[in-house]
Design a binder for this molecule. Structure first.
Ligand SMILES: [Zn+2]
Length: 67
């Protein structure tokens, strides 16, 4: 039996499938296929590149910068 978990695709933002047994992430939307480690690296890289945009956006919307 294959156990699949939904995972966000780092390439196209759609729902990819994480194959728990094979530790592989596959996205049928864009054809991505990556090992779990590669997937984590891709997501981490994405977060790094997206952070400035998120910051600019949240700073514009509300001034809750410090807690
Ligand atoms: Zn994809």
């Amino acid at each position: 039996m294959r156990e699949l978990a939904a995972a966000k695709c780092p390439q196209c933002d759609k729902i990819a499938q994480y194959d728990v047994a094979a530790q592989t992430v596959r996205c049928k939307h864009c054809g991505l296929k990556a090992s779990y480690e590669e997937y984590i690296g891709m997501m981490a890289g994405r977060l790094t590149t997206l952070t400035p945009g998120y910051r600019a956006q949240s700073m514009g919307e509300d001034s809750g910068g410090d807690k």
